[in-house]
Design a binder for this molecule. Sequence first.
Ligand SMILES: NC(=O)c1ccc[n+]([C@@H]2O[C@H](COP(=O)([O-])OP(=O)(O)OC[C@H]3O[C@@H](n4cnc5c(N)ncnc54)[C@H](O)[C@@H]3O)[C@@H](O)[C@H]2O)c1
Length: 241
Amino acid sequence: MANRLEGKVALVTGGSAGIGAECCKAFAAEGAKVVAGDMRPLTYEADGVEYMQLNVTDTENCKTVVDAIVAKYGKVDILVNNAGITRDALIQKMTDEMWDAVIAVNLKGVFNMTRLVGPLMMENGYGSIISISSVVGEYGNTGQTNYAATKAGVIGMTKTWAKEFARKGANVRANAIAPGYVMTDILKTVPQDLLDKFKGLTMLGRLGQPEEIAKAALFLASDDASYVTGHVLSVNGGMRL
Ligand SMILES: NC(=O)c1ccc[n+]([C@@H]2O[C@H](COP(=O)([O-])OP(=O)(O)OC[C@H]3O[C@@H](n4cnc5c(N)ncnc54)[C@H](O)[C@@H]3O)[C@@H](O)[C@H]2O)c1
């Protein structure tokens, strides 16, 4: 354990489980005060991590949570836009409900949070915004029209924010992480034969662990990445879809 995030305040959406949970634990271990915003309670306990109920699709709720963090800690230094869902189907079988649900969480939710937190960071003159994209947003994937649209959209928004939030000399960086296939609940609906195929598509010959994404997020969150912005960091074992 080191203190790379001493004095920093972090908000991680979808921080109760999976990749978000590992980001929360990694940031807290480096000295940050971490708020895990999620619809469901924490699936773990960690010193320095507190839970706030958050639905990123609910604009009012997003504002309530950000206001509560600012009231308690006075600022947000690190935002991880991590909450995400899948509703997979080939496009001819993709319903309006499946399209709308994924857009609402993965795209509008990221917009909702950053619209609130980005300007606060600019006012403070400091911040790191990390949004979780996907290998699917870079290369596309059969059965994931909705998900691919959101994850490619996250890359476009990230590059825009790297420009918008660094204006007026503000030291606010915006980056995306594009994970490959990582062993979390989100893969529960993916058949084993497909997971084996994805494993075979990586140079390292294995799927990822959520801790490996959290380490990349920690780098981007910290001043180790002080000259990194507008970047998409692929953390995928050398995968090409
Ligand atoms: N696991 C992978 O293979 C993989 C690969 C690439 C990208 N990602 C992305 O990483 C992120 C995290 O995924 P994960 O694998 O940890 O999934 P997960 O299902 O384990 O965790 C997602 C968390 O987000 C929360 N969440 C869902 N909807 C929410 C909402 N509206 N408001 C607040 N919280 C909400 C869930 O309750 C859950 O705790 C997602 O954006 C996902 O698309 C995952």
